[in-house]
Design a protein around this ligand. Structure first.
Ligand code: BG6
Length: 472
């Protein structure tokens, strides 16, 4: 596309950034909070615990003031289920409600729209003990949690996201510390997709409840979407790319938007004796739910080639490193892409391709709920962080975002990961993403003082010019 006429970012474009409760708040046993699966998981060696993180729980006012200084129009954060309901259901913890009321009110004081993720990788441990997402009751647990949030915060929160990266919970749950497989399970794939089904139904019911209780609110899913390329134009590779696209991406959005299982995924589940059981009413619940928009996280594309059933594939994949399933697809290192220091491919043009593809499939407004560069940052003696590599990454992606808008894709906002440094899912706080530097380490030493990175000043200018000036 020549894109002779570059369209501007929409007038009310939501510029901001994201965090998640368990990665940023710390204070994980404070003010009545119950433990979540993250608090009880075995930590990857050498990574910070989740007791302190960026101590955002105590310092959110300072942090939101810094976000306001950058000019944020939106702040995407998640609500820790176990702050509101320490046991996952049952009694509500008023201190948890008070805390998020304060966070939301602080955002509103600065004219920052709160964008609330309802569930970001932090299942209450008490519910894990009762079978987690394997238990059909999990649908009701989640809907009850949603109701508590809609009642408490629905008068001020207009934008809701249901489940962060449900596709990653399903595909790489063990790396994120979330998947619970009941003892004695013989078909792990079937069990995983049964849990996935419960999440899909829970999401659908929560979306309906939101529309019922809060007619002016908007709600949508937040999967991690990586468009899948074929490693070559060999037809076998193209078919493998279609399969992985369906398994990784379209299953989640076809269900959220159209309320049906993607046919390729259903066939793959049939092949593996892994189709989920529908409870009475599930099909209708899935069909009745309609998101108002799509939130999605984008870090990179994926590339695959065909795989034969006897392929021996590396199981050590995470959210963005190519994985494989023997007989279906096999990850392939894209020779045209550079990698981050942590091995994730960098593909700004793929970001545009991703948005085009999603919009042509679903025709809903979209917001980027994560995108960013995990890197080692250095705090200089005079309190600076020269993260020109992060600026470069974000510049390239924002350029493609504008091109996608010029292609006719309806984009509502951009929330890179992350507003402030926080603990990564499995690689500690040394893998930093924030615009705001937090003085702490994986050994949990440091003052926890905040510093503005070079990217902080750069992003402030981007927002002030509504994306017209992205130069450094
Ligand atoms: C997404 C998650 O997968 O990517 C975030 O929604 C996560 O929680 C982010 O932190 C970056 O991944 P990582 O593994 O580098 O923390």
């Amino acid at each position: 596309m020549l894109n002779k006429y570059l369209k501007p970012f929409p007038e009310n474009f939501l510029w901001g950034a994201s965090t998640s409760a368990y990665q940023v708040e710390g204070a994980n046993a404070t003010d009545g909070k119950g433990p979540s699966c993250q608090d009880v998981k075995e930590l990857p060696a050498g990574t910070a615990s989740l007791d302190i993180c960026a101590d955002h729980y105590h310092r959110y006012k300072e942090d939101i003031a810094l976000m306001a200084e950058m000019g944020f129009k939106v702040y995407r954060f998640s609500i820790a289920w176990t702050r509101l309901l320490p046991n996952g259901d049952g009694e509500v913890n008023q201190k948890g409600i008070d805390h998020y009321n304060d966070v939301i009110n602080t955002c509103i004081e600065y004219n920052i729209e709160p964008l609330v993720t309802m569930f970001h990788f932090d299942m209450p441990d008490a519910l894990d003990q009762r079978g987690s997402w394997s238990n059909p009751d999990s649908v009701g647990w989640f809907v009850n949690f949603a109701k508590v949030m809609f009642e408490a915060f629905g008068d001020r929160v207009k934008y809701w996201l249901t489940i962060n990266e449900q596709n990653m919970l399903t595909l790489v749950g063990p790396i994120i510390g979330t998947l619970r497989i009941p003892e004695g399970t013989t078909n792990i794939l079937k069990e995983t997709y049964q849990q996935n089904h419960h999440m899909l139904v829970a999401q659908a019911k929560a979306m309906c409840l939101c529309h019922e209780m809060l007619p002016n609110a908007k709600i949508g899913p937040a999967p991690n979407i990586s468009l899948v390329y074929a490693a070559s134009c060999r037809p076998e590779d193209v078919l493998a790319a279609q399969e992985y696209n369906a398994i990784r991406n379209w299953l989640y959005l076809d269900m959220a938007v159209y309320g049906v299982y993607n046919n390729l995924v259903w066939t793959y589940l049939e092949d593996n004796d892994a189709t989920p059981t529908f409870a009475p009413g599930d099909a209708e619940a899935l069909k009745n739910a309609h998101p108002d928009f799509i939130g999605f996280n984008y870090y990179s594309t994926a590339t695959v080639q065909a795989s034969s059933p006897d392929d021996d594939l590396d199981p050590g994949a995470d959210q963005q490193t190519a994985r494989g399933e023997a007989g279906y697809y096999k990850g392939y290192a894209n020779p045209y892409l550079m990698k981050t220091e942590f091995g994730w491919e960098i593909d700004p043009l793929g970001f545009r391709a991703n948005m085009r593809e999603m919009y042509s499939r679903y025709r809903l407004p979209m917001i980027v709920t994560e995108n960013g560069l995990g890197a080692y940052d250095t705090l200089t003696e005079d309190g600076k962080i020269h993260d020109n590599y992060r600026i470069k990454y974000l510049q390239e992606h924002i350029k493609q975002l504008r091109l996608a808008i010029s292609d006719g894709v309806e984009m509502m906002g951009y929330c890179p990961w992350s507003a402030i440094d926080l603990v990564s899912t499995h690689e500690g706080i040394r893998k930093r993403y924030g615009f705001i530097y937090v003085d702490t380490t994986d050994e949990e030493t440091g003052s926890l003082d905040r510093y503005r990175k070079d990217s902080f000043y750069w992003y402030k200018k981007v927002i002030a010019t509504n994306g017209e000036d992205i130069s450094d």
